[in-house]
Design a binder for this molecule. Sequence first.
Ligand code: NAI
Length: 330
Amino acid sequence: MNVAVFSTKSYDRDYLNRFNQKNGLELVYFEAQLNINTAALADGSKAICVFVNDDLSAVVLDKLHALGVELIALRCAGFNNVDLKRAAELNIDVVRVPAYSPRAVAEHAVALMLTANRKTHKAYNRVREHNFSLENLVGFDMLGKTVGVIGTGKIGDAFCRIMLGFGCRVLAFDVYENEELKKIGVQYSDVNTLFAESDILSLHCPLTPETRHIIRGETIAKMKDGVMIVNTSRGALIHTRDTIHALKKGKIGHLAIDVYEQEEELFFRDLSNEIIQDDEIARLISFPNVLITAHQGFFTQEALSQIAQTTINNISEFMDGAELTNRISE
Ligand code: NAI
């Protein structure tokens, strides 16, 4: 029985093939994103495998059901792109990879923060052009700075520990306080204190109705002048237009993001020969103090291995009629 695997790049195929050697699943790879126009590619597959930006809305699920699909295996933790209610009505099981290397994302947030601060990306280009000048490359010491962390789950926890190692004061806000972090020196506060006192703010909470646009004009106004904002979580935590406004005014000193509100149309693709229609990303790219990566926080050997291994196990459990360990429901 074939498994149609959507949105695959060479690295997905490499890692899935490696972990499929023992299981021998018949994986059929497609580069296409899953949507209503590409769903027909699942014809002949009882199980399909998808990623973060694939469309699993009700209309696509109906089409998949008509083709005989009974399992959707997500190669990610988040499932905001799946209509779980409709999937349950159609008896389609949905499984995911609940956790994979929180350090990968936390370390990428640190990489963004240090690059934005010390401007190593600019220095690299300058030196390649034999420009050895230091003009405009001045940064600041991390030691003693206040770093505000919103969301201290798996990734936020890892990020806090790295920041403590840098000698920073770490302030945190979460709906649940992490006692282990408190023991090693993280201070919890209300979100307004965190906004007011942080030199650097890093977002590690999920995207929910409560956290959507947690960074917007009104909350940016509460922050220190010249604050650095780092977002490796979900694009819509940040109100892009308000952020552009604050960058133009100099209120935000640095913005370093791995996720973007409208990333579905852009990320994971080579658009270097295209005219970008999204004026907001184009404006962000134009600022000298904005650093953008295209959702690569998860992109380490360890995380890719864990994603592939769990995905192969998830699909194999289904094929064997076993209990689905990582099944998700409404
Ligand atoms: P987690 O579930 O372990 O932690 C999330 C934390 O946020 C929890 O402690 C939760 O209590 C807290 N939280 C929930 N609602 C909140 C609110 N309203 N205000 C403050 N805190 C709140 O999740 P994990 O694994 O740490 O992942 C965090 C996020 O990172 C994910 O939701 C995802 O959006 C993002 N992510 C990004 C990746 C990338 O490649 N850039 C890869 C994987 C995850």
